[in-house]
Ligand binder design. Structure first.
Ligand code: SAH
Length: 252
């Protein structure tokens, strides 16, 4: 990806707490399904952590050391600032790195967490690659674009088939997990407020200041237009697609 584009993306999102659909309530729901012990020093990785909402959540909820990985350094800097403010700096290590080359030992993690990020390398590729870093019995919790049912209007079907050909129904995503040697512990759809209130509203509020900071910048304008188009698409067709949250355990 081009450097100027990534610089602008980082600038747009850096002040935001959440860079994709989700909420504390649904993170809590997913964590409950993980069934992790409460009193072990757990080894946790948050992959594609963005500015750190899940890493902060996991560090405060679990007795854990959280490695938070993202390839945009400004996000890791924002995360480290938030961790320090929350008094969680000693439990979170931010690493600027790529999710296709994790700086982690094989079979070393109790929990892999990733919200709204695995699509960057594709669900099947990501699951296959990441599961080797789980200890036997370790758990993965990951959210992924998913059709809400077997049929939908052609317009939205064609849109996502082009933009993200791996889009599929929940049963197909569960089959991917099973084929990678993982046993599903649960799956659920994020409710609409995880999109509208938690993600899109702060993003929409941020756009005027972002554009004012980059006057006459065509790339910035194109990024803002794309975000608005995505919001519109969800408003119009969000009853047909959403984010599934998948929780699965590596077979012992
Ligand atoms: N989990 C965060 C961020 C989701 S947005 C949240 O829910 O708020 C997706 C994140 O994946 C972005 O922060 C982006 O920088 C990161 N990302 C994209 N491709 C990546 C890659 N190849 N390696 C590491 N991080 C990547």
């Amino acid at each position: 990806m081009d450097k100027e584009f990534l610089r602008l993306i980082a600038d747009l999102y850096r002040p935001l707490d959440r860079l994709g659909p989700g909420s504390k309530a649904t993170s809590r729901q997913a964590l409950a399904l993980c069934g992790l012990p409460e009193t072990d020093k757990l080894a946790v990785a948050d992959i594609g952590c963005g500015t750190g909402s899940s890493a902060l959540f996991l560090a405060s909820e679990l007795d854990a050391q959280v490695t938070a990985i993202d390839f945009l350094e400004p996000f890791i800097q924002a995360l480290e600032k938030r961790a320090a403010t929350a008094g969680l700096a000693d439990r979170i290590e931010g690493i600027t790195g790529d999710m296709t080359a994790l700086p982690v030992q094989p079979e070393s993690l109790d929990l892999i967490w990733s919200e709204g990020a695995i699509y960057n390398i594709g669900f099947a590729t990501g699951i296959d690659y990441w599961q080797q870093f789980l200890k036997p019995g370790g758990v993965i919790a990951v959210s992924e674009l998913t059709w809400r049912s077997a049929t939908r209007p052609k317009a939205i079907n064609d849109y996502w088939q082009t933009a993200y050909p791996e889009v599929d129904v929940m049963s197909a995503k569960l089959a991917v997990l099973e084929q990678a040697g993982l046993s599903p512990l649960g799956a659920f759809f994020l409710p609409h407020d995880c999109w509208m209130e938690e993600y899109f509203r702060p993003l929409k509020d941020r756009l005027p200041a972002f554009l004012a900071d980059h006057p006459d910048n065509e790339t910035a304008q194109a990024i803002a237009d794309e975000q608005l188009a995505e919001i519109k698409l969800y408003e119009q067709y969000g009853r047909y697609f959403g984010y599934g949250f998948y929780i699965a355990q590596k077979m012992v």
